[in-house]
Design a binder for this molecule. Structure first.
Ligand code: PLP
Length: 485
């Protein structure tokens, strides 16, 4: 387990460096957040391990300030960076790609400036990441933000209103210059672009479209998800319809789901290669002039790796997620963690559940604030997000079976600790209404369910099980609420 505490007695001069070193030197933690590169390396065949090897060598060898002629020009490449960007564009099915080493936060600013810019009218999906409204404000873009719908602890885009507002502006003769939509969220929904993109284009054919697909780089390589990405949807539209497509640009974080270093990012021109010049100008204005070559090289590697093994990796990750769901559903003690429908987002129009993510109920795990803390400090398990109702788990291509087994064991221990009854069941009065499942474990078959009236028969069952040595647990129903208000 990583030791993050350090000792105040030996506190070094550089506390952050000290902690990070200790963290890096510690046991690899189970990471259910953005892709852990060390995790992904575990399942790489030798020929890929060798290619990634340079990232594991001392950073001083490759973290250089070189530009042209030693390497390439970052802003006007015509050497290896240009080649790498071209091959990444081909891998994603885009017309062109620009690499970045400042994350999707800065990519979003670049695209907003290139497709919109000062004085433009933009329609913004209110479920977007903070980088979008902040950049739009800073760039002097006039934004109309469509409030998201609240679903449990999450926000989802109000797709119907976005389309309606676009259409109304177009019909009034003052179309929006730009519409911004988030394609897949931290919380685990994916927008079915094959369904939604044609609606946006028909509603306002001249409005440029920006898609933030920060979490979805791997989706372009997954058989299950590729049909729903913007890039595939556009290719289909080009083939099947005689629509005149507007400029469409997609931003992705390479570091969140494919094997790049942090801040590795891509801007993908999905339609209208002419917008590439505006994007390059905006990149020149907003990107750091000291790009990280190791990060850019890692984006190159990540794309090549995804093109070769991404489909296999994504399908394995989806299977692991399904296996995890199955284990939880089959274990009587853990079952209350899993909502009745683990694919909740699929019931919303235009959305689907990200099959690489699942949210489990927090109820049986204890107080929300403590859950993430305990998972990390006691079980070396890092989770993406813990809101009032759910714990979000992201099954990236950096996760393996051992991670799942260890997560299940940690959850089992936490549920036991949190739900174990006191030895005497005196608080279950005959005649009272039961609010939770009462479960002797083993065998894990509830002797009473929420809503049951507690009877002498229940009390006697309980005493028998206790006499036989079963542990007794009281477990709430799953509480993930994904219903619309
Ligand atoms: C939807 C979305 N867009 C953009 C970003 C920012 O990406 P980055 O961390 O690569 O700057 C995030 C980060 O979580 C995000 O969730």
């Amino acid at each position: 387990m990583p030791d993050l505490t350090g000792s105040p007695m030996v506190r070094p001069e550089a506390p952050l460096a000290h902690r990070l070193c200790r963290l890096g030197a510690g046991e690899v933690s189970r990471n259910f957040h953005a892709l852990p590169l060390a995790g992904a390396l575990r399942s790489m065949p030798d020929y890929w391990l060798q290619r990634f090897d340079f990232l594991r060598r001392p950073i001083t060898a490759t973290d250089v300030s070189y530009a042209y002629p030693a390497l390439d020009s970052f802003f006007a490449p015509d050497g290896p960076l240009a080649e790498a960007q071209d091959s990444a564009a081909r891998a994603f099915g885009a017309q062109a790609a620009l690499f970045g080493s400042c994350g999707t936060t800065v990519s979003n600013r670049i695209v907003l400036d290139a497709l919109g810019g000062f004085g433009a009218h933009a329609l913004i999906d209110g479920a977007s990441h903070q980088s979008i409204p902040f950049a739009a404000g800073g760039l002097g873009i006039n934004s109309v933000v469509i409030d998201p719908l609240a679903v449990g602890g999450c926000k989802i885009p109000d797709l119907a209103r976005i389309v309606k507002t676009l259409a109304a502006a177009h019909q009034s003769g003052r179309p929006f210059d730009l519409v911004v939509l988030t394609a897949s969220s931290y919380d685990g929904y994916v927008v079915r672009m094959d369904e939604v993109l044609p609606q946006l284009i028909r509603a306002s054919p001249r409005t440029a479209i920006m898609i933030d697909a920060a979490w979805g780089a791997i989706h372009s390589f997954s058989d299950a998800l590729r049909p729903h990405t913007a890039l595939t949807a556009i290719a289909e539209l080009r083939e099947t319809e005689s629509l005149d497509l507007p400029p469409i640009v997609v931003t992705v974080s390479a570091h969140k789901s494919i094997c790049s270093l942090r801040q590795g990012a891509l801007i993908l021109v999905a339609n209208d290669a002419d917008s590439l010049d505006s994007l390059k100008t905006a990149q020149f204005k907003h990107h750091t002039t000291s790009p990280s070559w190791p990060v850019l090289a890692s984006v190159d590697l990540a794309c090549a790796h995804a093109a070769d093994l991404g489909a296999k990796g994504a399908s394995r990750a989806i299977n692991l997620r399904d296996r995890f769901v199955h284990i939880i559903q089959k274990d009587p003690l853990l079952r209350p963690l899993m909502p009745d429908d683990p694919d909740q987002f699929s019931s919303f129009r235009g959305l689907m559940q990200d099959p690489m993510k699942v949210a489990i109920s927090l109820g049986p795990l204890g107080e929300p604030g403590l859950v993430r803390h305990n998972l990390y400090h006691e079980y070396a398990t890092y989770v993406a997000r813990c809101n009032g109702t759910g714990l979000l788990l992201h099954f990236t291509i950096g996760i393996d079976e051992a991670d799942i087994d260890s997560l299940v064991a940690a959850l089992r221990e936490m549920v036991k600790r949190n739900c174990r009854m006191r030895p005497t069941p005196g608080d279950l009065a005959v005649g009272s209404i039961i609010e939770e499942y009462v479960v002797p474990y083993p065998p894990g078959i509830p002797i009473a369910r929420p809503g049951d009236v507690w009877t002498n028969a229940h009390a006697s069952d309980l005493s028998n099980e206790m006499a036989l040595g079963a542990e007794i647990f009281r477990l709430p129903e799953p509480v993930l609420d994904r219903s619309l208000p």
